[in-house]
Design a protein around this ligand. Structure first.
Ligand SMILES: Cc1cc2nc3c(=O)[nH]c(=O)nc-3n(C[C@H](O)[C@H](O)[C@H](O)COP(=O)(O)O)c2cc1C
Length: 157
């Protein structure tokens, strides 16, 4: 039963990611009510106060990007605010259970758009599965829910 749930681990400094995943959790409830085979969503928010835990179920990571200086590509990248999420995801066996990383950011940052999520996917040896800007749209919610649903089904098959 637990494998039919989409588990999301995220961080949110200014609330955009929290708003997006909470909205997606509501969307999942309506999808599940219409057809029980559609997975529900559980959320775990990481912050500086979080205890590190060893994950036991597959999960998806939602990662906003905060960078300072450099272009992040060829002259360095300084990650701000989100480092604790990176440490959590890399803790113990947690990398093995990550089914994919969803990135968010702002396209005004050009090449740095969603760069932290792309870097995390590489570090965790998983895929960068989707991206959206800021608080996302209802179209993003539906699209990203479906991507996760399919990946979870492929994993549990
Ligand atoms: C100081 C600062 C730096 C940022 N740097 C980037 C960046 O390098 N690339 C990017 O795509 N978005 C960048 N953003 C945009 C955030 O990733 C975006 O606002 C995101 O939705 C924040 O999520 P949160 O509200 O859940 O913390 C930056 C925002 C701030 C305030």
């Amino acid at each position: 039963m637990s494998e039919s749930t989409i588990n999301i681990i995220f961080i949110s400094i200014e609330g955009n990611t929290r708003s997006f995943v909470t909205g997606m959790q509501d969307y999942a409830k309506t999808q599940h009510a219409a057809d029980e085979s559609n997975p529900l969503i559980t959320l775990k928010e990481i912050s500086e106060q979080s205890e590190f835990e060893i994950e036991t179920k597959p999960y998806f990571a939602f990662v906003p990007t905060y960078l300072d200086g450099g272009n992040g590509i060829d002259n360095g990248v300084k990650e701000l605010m989100t480092n604790v999420l990176g440490e959590y995801l890399n803790y113990d066996q947690n990398p093995d259970l990550c089914l994919g990383v969803v990135g968010s950011g702002n396209r005004n940052f050009n090449d740095q758009y969603c760069l932290t999520a792309r870097r995390y996917a590489e570090q965790l040896d998983t895929d960068f599965i989707a991206d959206y800007e800021l608080r996302g749209t209802s179209v993003d919610t539906e699209r990203i829910y479906n991507v996760m649903k399919e990946r979870l089904a492929a994993y549990t098959k």
